[in-house]
Design a protein around this ligand. Structure first.
Ligand code: BG6
Length: 539
């Protein structure tokens, strides 16, 4: 693996040489770090991070994900010269279509968008073809097997295949079963077979376990890549760089110095036509079970013994294991669920959740949740982690705010201007990606007055504009067989254990579903979870 060796994305390269940014020399100087996990030059020296020729088979390729995410990411990789020679895509889906029509559909995704991507697609589209079949038809898989053999001869892909399950989860089992029956999951003559599985991975512990069992019947764990696109975000990976490639933060990174941690994912969008899906999911299954808990593991984990995929995932799963399941009383005290009601976005009126298409007018599905968690281990005992996610909030913002404890003795007490929060290290995951540290400074003048000021790092100004999309990074990692940024079986299972206990508590308690007006920061009650001397940040 190399979580931090990093694919040299467009942002890493200097325009003149295409080589990795030499400002990495800070790392060479860094010598107080107990074990340096990063070798910034490894990619330049030609490491294993080069993909072998392979074929990507996308099941459900006519869906939104292919047009919106997978295709642009593949093109991004192509433009960066990161796709292997002979790389091909087979779209496998039910709709009647020729390869020509499939390519045309894909191209239409760029029509009003990025001219550069469209041109690049036109160059590249011959590598994309379509295979029409229903997912349960063995004949479709026989045709796929035949086509893979032909491609192997024509394009020199030595039997390497990645299957991408971009279908509704209800089709996973059938596809896995058919792939096994057709002998397509078996690795022969040194070629690899891998499977990428989209979320949701189950809808509770039991279904996740059942799915894991089915996956295991078809593939070995090392062949399985459960995608959580948050892990592909540069800023999420940077949590580890910040913690383990610097020596100034780690000594403070524990319950002695940190008062609490807030992880927020707020989204401005509402249902966007996904009402039916959301009714089944709710924000806890949609965002907290995966994205927020994954971010939490990176913030809270112990230093891994190396930057190998399993070393990192071993530490992440320990964090999840250290989070106790909630009993119904704890659910009542430490969690809150809510739904947006009609309000305004800017000056546009927007409907409430219950008025969204495909939503049951009596629905109790939550579009906002706030949760207080404790990681019961030596490092974090007594330090709360507050997680908050919501739709139809005032703006899109994902951030991790590390709130440090107050100085033990306040010399500059009540008269000062400082707001209540004290020192905060803010990891801005998106947008306006960066890291800032807030501290008090003396206001110039004859009085000793303090005000909060900020030291700021911005990705845009330090590294240039373009950051590779999360899917770009993850697709590439699957091609080179690096599982680090994918959720392992036990991580998924542990995350469901925690989430199940919350959802179960809500049902048992018949817990109130609060309201919040669309376009606001959630219900007032969300602040109560934090007690009297803490408050949610406004990103
Ligand atoms: C997806 C959720 O996993 O993540 C969506 O299903 C959500 O509901 C999306 O909008 C958010 O992703 P991002 O990258 O825009 O923060």
């Amino acid at each position: 693996m190399s979580l931090m060796h990093g694919t040299p994305s467009a942002t890493d390269r200097s325009p003149q040489t295409g080589r990795t940014d030499p400002s990495d020399d800070t790392l060479e100087e860094g010598n107080l770090i107990p074990e340096l996990l990063v070798n910034p030059l490894e990619d330049e020296l030609g490491s294993a991070r080069r993909a072998e020729p392979c074929v990507l088979v996308i099941f459900g390729a006519t869906g939104d994900l292919t047009r919106r995410k997978l295709l642009p990411s593949l093109l991004g990789l192509a433009m960066d010269g990161m796709l292997p020679r002979g790389f091909s895509v087979i779209g496998f889906a039910r709709r009647e279509k020729t390869s020509q029509e499939f390519r045309k559909d894909l191209a239409s995704a760029f029509d009003e968008g990025d001219e550069e991507l469209l041109r690049s697609f036109e160059h590249w589209q011959d590598q994309v073809e379509y295979l029409r079949s229903s997912f349960d038809d063995p004949d479709g898989y026989q045709r796929l097997a035949k086509r893979l053999e032909e491609l192997q001869r024509e394009r020199g892909t030595p039997g390497n295949v990645i299957y991408y399950l971009a279908t509704p989860p209800s089709a996973y089992e059938t596809i896995l079963h058919q792939l096994t029956d057709a002998g397509l999951s078996r690795e022969v003559n040194g070629g690899f077979r891998r499977v990428i599985i989209e979320k949701p991975f189950g809808r509770d512990s039991q279904t996740a376990q059942e799915l894991n069992t089915k996956v295991r019947a078809a593939f070995k764990e090392r062949q399985v890549f459960r995608i959580d696109h948050y892990l592909g975000k540069e800023t999420v990976q940077n949590i580890l760089a910040l913690r383990f490639a610097n020596s100034i933060f780690e000594p403070l990174w524990n319950q002695k110095f940190i008062d609490h941690v807030q992880i927020t994912v707020s989204e401005a969008i509402g249902m966007e036509g996904r009402g039916a899906y959301f009714e089944e999911a709710g924000i806890v299954r949609d965002m907290i079970q995966n994205h927020l808990l994954q971010v939490l593991t990176l913030v809270a984990m112990e230093p891994p013994i190396s930057n190998e995929g399993d070393a990192i995932r071993d530490e992440k799963v320990k964090v999840l294991r250290a989070i106790r399941s909630f009993g119904p009383d704890e659910v009542r005290e430490r969690t809150l669920r809510a739904q947006y009601i009609n309000g305004y976005f800017g000056d546009q009126p927007v409907p409430g959740y219950l008025q969204e298409p495909q939503v049951d007018p009596l629905s109790k599905t939550e579009t906002f949740a706030a949760i207080q968690l404790f990681v019961d281990n030596w490092r974090w005992a007594g330090t709360p982690f507050y997680l908050r996610a919501g739709k139809r909030m005032p703006r899109r913002a994902t951030e991790v705010a590390i709130h440090f404890k107050r100085p033990p003795h306040l010399l500059y007490g009540p008269g000062d201007d400082r707001v209540a929060e004290g020192n905060v290290l803010l990891l801005r995951i998106q947008p306006d990606e960066g890291v800032s540290l807030r501290f008090g400074a003396k206001v110039p003048g004859p009085h000793f007055r303090l005000r909060d000021v900020r030291m700021d790092f911005r990705y845009g100004s330090s590294f240039g504009d373009r950051s590779a999309d999360a899917y770009e990074r993850l697709l590439f990692d699957a091609m080179i067989g690096d599982p680090t940024l994918f959720a392992r079986r036990d991580e998924v299972q542990e995350a469901w254990r925690i989430v199940d206990s919350i959802l179960d508590g809500w049902t048992r308690n018949d817990q109130i579903v609060h309201d919040y007006v669309a376009g606001t920061w959630g219900p007032d009650g969300a602040n109560d979870l934090l007690g009297t001397d803490r408050a949610w940040r406004r990103p």
